[in-house]
Structure formats: C-alpha cells, structure tokens
Design a protein around this ligand. Structure first.
Ligand SMILES: NC(=O)c1ccc[n+]([C@@H]2O[C@H](COP(=O)([O-])OP(=O)(O)OC[C@H]3O[C@@H](n4cnc5c(N)ncnc54)[C@H](OP(=O)(O)O)[C@@H]3O)[C@@H](O)[C@H]2O)c1
Length: 240
C-alpha cells in the first residue's frame, strides 16, 4: 500500500513515532489523517482531523471511531513503557491494557471500514517482542502479545483482503526511550521505514537501522515457518 491519496487513522499521533508517521503521511500525499490523541492537539494542515480518545476506555473508542466514515490504513501506535521487575502485577496489567487491549479495541472498532476498502493494519510492535528486555518485562510481555495478536489477525482476516503488518521497531529517539543509552533512530527515519515496508508489501517490517539487519533471520526463521503452518488451521482459511 502506498500512502498517497489514502485515509489513515494513527493512534498516539501527537508525539514521538506517531507524530512522525503523521508528518510523513502528509509528505507522501495522504488524503486524510485521523489523528488519535488524548486531547488538546491541533494541526495546521486541513487534512488532519484530531480524534480524541483514550485507548483504555471502550466508550471513548466507540464514540471516536463512529466519527470515521472511511478508512484504508490503521496504525496502532499508542504505547506505554515503564521499568519493573515482575513483582508489581498492576504494572504488567497497565502495559497489557494499553499496548494490547487498546490496539484490539481500536482495531475492532474500525474493522468494518477496513473490510470495505480492503485496507491495512500496522501494529507498532518492538524488538522486545522477539526477545524480552529484562529491565522492562511488562512492556516486553505486552509487545510479544501484540506480535501474537498480529499473526492471528493476519490469518483471520486473510479472506477479507485486509492485510495486517507488524513493525518490529528498534530504539527510536522519543520520550519513551529517554534515558535508555543506546544508538537510536530518529522518529522520522522509523516512520519512513514503516511506510516503505508497507509499500513493499512486507508482512513484518523492520523499519530502522537497528532492526533492519534482523529482517532476514526473522523471515527465514522457525517462528515464521510455524506461523505459516498454523495458518492452515484458521477457520476462515478456505473461505473465498
Ligand atoms: N521509541 C522506541 O524506541 C520504540 C521502540 C520500539 C517500539 N516502539 C513503539 O512505538 C510506539 C510509539 O512509541 P513512541 O516512542 O513514539 O512513544 P511516546 O513518544 O511515549 O508516545 C506514546 C504515544 O502513545 C500515546 N498514549 C499512551 N497511552 C495512551 C492511552 N491510554 N490512550 C491513548 N494514547 C495513549 C501517548 O499520548 P499522550 O501524549 O497523551 O501521553 C503518545 O502519543 C509504541 O507502541 C512503542 O511501544 C517504540
């Protein structure tokens, strides 16, 4: 999918990678962008429509998606990260609530629109989905769950024409990664990599200089092989 002339919904579009995805989509000629934000966001480009909701609040999500008339691409970008040591189950719950259930809620809300346009979903996952970062286990668990959700959704929606992509993002310089002392991509570089991967039809997108070298190993690896094999057991796999 190319972004030119498309209608998008990007969650967490006010800052970080979400904001970079918004700006890059404008540069690539998007027709309309619904900017999922928690409030107080304005943009000078008339193609941008702020859509206010907290992904943890089902009623807010329902009200917001009811305002969307047409959609070709959903980017589930919203996320939280905090350090923990697995002794605080509330911290694990918060990560799951935002990073997994939030994405599931928004996806379910807009799915009828995406089916109509045979659109696409990009879930912003993380390299922490492939191997846990032990300093942030709650976050890592939630991103592994989001990657798993992406695989299931991909198979379940295959017969509808809606494609489902995971962006396995490496360290990117945003508020989320502040204080983590590693080399980081700019949010703009990561955003470009995500849209480039989508344009190339990549199921799993490794969008930045840190993640890109891992793409081959992932695509030829055991997890991908099993994903393809398990797809055969999808109830809708043989539906035209
Ligand atoms: N930065 C990295 O190194 C990195 C690496 C791998 C993956 N990722 C993933 O990329 C995505 C974007 O990350 P980022 O670095 O851009 O993070 P960020 O700068 O911290 O931005 C997070 C965004 O999520 C929104 N958000 C958080 N909780 C929300 C909620 N309950 N409801 C609605 N919006 C909510 C925030 O809105 P507010 O402004 O209202 O708080 C903000 O727009 C995340 O899913 C993250 O896990 C990032």
């Amino acid at each position: 999918m190319d972004i030119a002339n498309r209608t998008l919904l990007i969650t967490g579009a006010n800052r970080g990678i979400g904001r970079a995805l918004l700006e890059e989509a404008l540069r690539r000629g998007a027709r309309r962008i619904h900017a999922g934000v928690r409030g107080g966001f304005r943009h000078s480009d008339p193609r941008v429509t702020p859509l206010e909701f907290d992904v943890t609040d089902p009623r807010q999500v329902e009200r917001a998606v009811a305002q969307v008339r047409e959609l070709e691409l959903l980017v589930n970008n919203t996320g939280i990260l905090s350090a923990d040591d697995l002794t605080d189950t509330d911290s694990i719950r918060r990560h799951i609530e935002v990073n997994v259930l939030g994405a599931a809620r928004v996806t379910n809300g807009v799915l009828p629109l995406l089916k109509r346009t045979r659109g696409a979903i990009v879930n912003n996952v993380s390299l922490a989905a492939i191997a846990a970062v032990p300093a942030t286990p709650g976050y890592s668990m939630s991103k592994a769950a989001l990657a798993s959700m992406t695989q299931s959704l991909r198979a379940l929606l295959a017969h509808t024409g809606v494609t489902v992509h995971a962006a396995f993002i490496g360290p990117t310089d945003t508020g989320m990664s502040r204080g983590i002392e590693v080399a980081k991509a700019t949010p703009g570089t990561t955003a470009q990599g995500i849209y480039d991967g989508l344009a190339e039809g990549q199921e799993d997108i490794f969008p930045d200089p840190m993640s890109r070298p891992l793409a081959h190993g992932w695509r030829d690896g055991i997890a991908k092989l099993l994903e393809r094999q398990f797809r055969a057991f999808t109830p809708s796999a043989n539906v035209a």
